[in-house]
Design a protein around this ligand. Structure first.
Ligand code: CDP
Length: 212
């Protein structure tokens, strides 16, 4: 019943790796970034200032999970608001219990995000911290946004990613950083198949160690 934590910055490949891992080990998967994005959608719909932590926290507390299906969930505009609202302690507190319940289910789970190995599931048997160079991540996100019909300039995508990295790593509460016992996987020079194979090798060896 392992818990596998996959953390990393935007477009590092963590989501794809986490989904593949869930399929490989037969575990349920939670994309925790989607929860912060859903809060961002609610903030936008309710015309709330993303800087208002108390108001965003109230929306996070009563989060309408149907917002996970909102067509704007994966847009860059929503990602930018998610990165702002996720810095507020009331928002993080409101989403923490849900994530911890998911991690505690009997058969184990895979969670991906920014603070899974450090805060949500510090007890996880295997922790991966997935990174890639910012230019590589911007190019991947650019292709994804184009494929989903969102017209964007690659230089704007890079600027958004750098701004989000800066906000996510510098916030006081649960900043984006590798857990001390995480293994690092830089996917810059890997295609996604190779990154998944490498991630599974790393997790297999961690799970073997944990069983000893
Ligand atoms: O897919 P991408 O990496 O672009 O972003 P995401 O994982 O959907 O997360 C969107 C935003 O939510 C991030 O920029 C973080 O600010 C925030 N987030 C967080 O603070 N903690 C998490 N566990 C997951 C996401």
């Amino acid at each position: 019943m392992p818990v596998i934590a996959v953390d990393g910055p935007a477009a590092s490949g963590k989501g794809t790796i986490a989904r593949a891992m869930a399929g490989h080990y037969g575990l349920p998967h939670l994309d925790t970034g989607a929860l912060y994005r859903a809060v961002a959608v609610a903030v936008r719909r309710n015309h709330i200032d993303p800087g208002d932590g108390e108001a965003a926290g109230r929306l996070a507390h009563a989060l309408d999970l149907s917002l996970l299906e909102d067509p704007s969930l994966r847009s860059d505009a929503v990602a930018a608001i998610a990165s702002q609202v996720s810095a507020h302690p009331p928002v993080r507190a409101a989403l923490l219990a849900f994530q911890q319940r998911f991690a505690a289910q009997e058969g184990g789970a895979v969670l991906d995000g920014r603070d899974i190995g450090t805060v949500v599931a510090p007890q996880a048997e295997a922790k991966l911290f997935v990174t890639a160079r910012p230019e590589v991540r911007a190019h991947r996100r650019y292709l994804e946004l184009l494929a989903s019909g969102q017209p964007v300039h690659e230089s704007d995508v890079l600027a958004d990613i750098l701004a989000r990295d800066q906000r996510d790593t510098s916030r006081v509460l649960s900043p984006l950083q590798p857990a001390h016992d995480a293994v690092l996987l830089d996917t810059s020079d890997f295609d996604i198949g190779a990154a998944i194979r490498r991630a599974i090798e790393m997790v297999d060896s961690r799970l073997k160690e944990a069983r000893r």
